[in-house]
Unconditional design. Structure first.
Length: 548
């Protein structure tokens, strides 16, 4: 059986996916500077020349990372299989996502020289790789920007005033949350939004802006965005925002601050809904169609790299290799989140968990097991962003915006970007600290994106709570990230135990902590909080503070 999905052939990529017909691998080349460019583009990212065309290459590469996938399968490629990235011999800046075949995965090691082998599927020749017959090793590819050097590429502030100073969070709300609630996603959105508006002491008539992410109704990722909510409420907003290309799930909040700063709105309702648990159940029952198709415009999916878990697993393996990080290092993050969730009545997973429980959990894709992954759930979170001159008169103490971090410094392609950390984390973190005089030591609580444990590790190092490559020692034992530790982390249980609400659940918890409303999990005298959202796709970071 041919594997599915297969890549969609386009004017730009057809030469790559069909070049195996004669057994030769071809990569796009800039005719001016001779750099190899992948994925194919109409312009060279290095010299900006337009003299582009395919070049025959040797088909030899260096194994730069791999993960043994145990959980996911695609038609024609049953688990387990090896998802890998290989760096092309002629230009190691180019890395291909692929499968390693004809070998025992237990014998693979980073730096192994591999060679291309083509597998024909219909009109596509997939470039797979196998170790060369004579064992060879080569240096791993270099970082385009060393992790500790991202700060050198941050652009300075353009003005002495900050748009962040114009707005505050005045209301938060959440719907009921759980596994397979079997209700419509819009009903969850409305529940969270009504709660946030009431929390702020406002009415629907006060809301003049709507902002969301990702503004879609697909795969359990939302209710349909601004259009669906406005259609239900009829509030006639003067400003709206929604879409995927923003600063991660928290981008809706950053956009709302900018709307307030420019005078386009006075009270912006930001919202995020997920109903993946119900969506997956409906797929099993045949009541909704599964996502995707037989052809995809994607450079990873044809090789069975169908989840963000695969990309992050590759980066985690390189972090392990370079810095001595271990699976137990990630385990301390999972255990911390579970301990915090035990004190949170709205968390989905509250049962105690030990390191043995974590290490012996069902494998997903090495080095990740079940408890390295967040919990798909149904739920919605909403936040009201208001102008500061209106905030002081509302029902709750406002939570102010100190700084944001948004700059994209590294490549956004999942397999061409940062080697040892989650992509789209190091740049945004560096940018955040250029917009404030506060420093990591001033932060009282950190609510950091944890779709996977490795997300959290990347943010902890990027934001400077420990040095680059120092997470192993910093996290050992879990004391540093406990509620009474150096930096209390994901105090509501995070997405790993509370549930996958993307960045909005983290913002909700940060505000609860700064207001002193977190109950049994409250961090004493919390005045400054950092929140991150996303990664892999463009992400963002927020530094929030109380008024005192």
């Amino acid at each position: 059986m041919s594997r599915l999905p297969l890549p969609q052939l386009t004017f730009d990529n057809e030469f790559f996916w069909t070049s195996g017909a004669d057994g030769v691998l071809r990569i796009q080349e800039c005719g001016d500077c001779k750099a190899l460019i992948h994925p194919p583009q109409p312009v060279c990212r290095y010299c900006h020349g337009h003299n582009m065309g395919p070049r025959e290459v040797s088909g030899r590469a260096v194994l730069s990372a791999f993960t043994v996938n145990e959980r996911f399968s695609i038609p024609g490629l049953p688990a387990p299989y090896v998802v890998a990235q290989v760096a092309i011999e002629e230009d190691p800046r180019v890395r291909l996502t692929t499968n390693i075949i004809d070998c025992d995965p237990g014998e693979l090691e980073l730096g192994r020289v591999v060679e291309v082998v083509f597998e024909q599927n219909d009109d596509v020749w997939l470039p797979l790789f196998r170790p060369t017959s004579e064992p060879e090793t080569a240096p791993l590819p270099d970082d385009e920007i060393a992790p500790q050097d991202f700060g050198k590429f941050v652009r300075p502030m353009l003005t002495t005033t900050k748009f962040e100073d114009t707005a505050a969070i005045t209301g938060i709300g959440a719907s009921k949350m759980g596994r397979r609630l079997m209700v419509s996603p819009l009903s969850l959105t409305l529940e969270a939004c009504e709660a946030a508006i009431a929390d702020a002491g406002l009415t629907l008539a006060d809301i003049d802006g709507l902002s969301t992410y990702p503004a879609m109704d697909a795969m359990g990722m939302g209710e349909g965005g601004v259009t669906a909510l406005e259609g239900a409420l009829g509030i006639r907003p003067t400003w709206i925002n929604g879409g995927m290309d923003t600063f991660g799930p928290g981008g809706s909040v950053i956009a709302a601050v900018m709307a307030v700063a420019t005078g386009m709105a006075r009270h912006v309702l930001c919202f995020r809904t997920l109903w993946e648990a119900t969506f997956n159940q409906l797929m099993k029952e045949g009541k909704v169609s599964p996502p995707g198709g037989v052809r995809v415009n994607n450079w990873q999916a044809p090789f069975g790299a169908t989840s963000a878990a695969h990309t992050l697993a590759l980066n985690a393996q390189r972090h392990f290799h370079r810095y001595g990080t271990t699976k137990e290092t990630l385990g301390w993050i999972a255990l911390n989140q579970r301990a915090n969730a035990a004190l949170n009545p709205t968390a989905i997973y509250r049962d105690p968990m030990t390191m043995d429980d974590y290490l012996n959990a069902r494998p997903i894709t090495t080095p990740f097991g079940l408890y390295d992954c967040d919990v798909p759930c149904d739920g919605a979170v909403a936040v009201v962003v208001s102008a500061v001159d209106a905030a002081a008169d509302l029902a709750k103490p406002p939570v102010y915006f100190e700084a944001v971090g948004t700059q994209i410094i590294e490549r956004t392609d999942w397999d061409q970007t940062t080697l040892t950390h989650e992509p789209q984390v190091l740049g945004q973190a560096a940018h955040l600290w250029t917009r404030t005089s506060l420093r990591p030591a001033d932060v009282d609580v950190a609510e950091l994106y944890d779709g996977f444990t490795f997300n959290c590790l990347s943010w902890l190092e990027a934001l400077g709570f420990c040095g680059i490559g120092e997470a192993k020692d910093f996290l050992d034992g879990g004391a540093a990230i406990a509620r009474d530790g150096v930096i209390p982390l994901n105090t509501h249980g995070g997405q790993l135990s509370h549930g996958r609400t993307h960045g909005m659940g983290l913002i909700h918890e940060a505000v609860s902590q700064l207001r002193g409303e977190a109950g049994d999990r409250q961090v004493s005298d919390a005045r400054v909080a950092v929140v991150s959202s996303g990664g892999l796709t463009p992400s963002g970071a927020l530094l929030l503070r109380t008024g005192t």
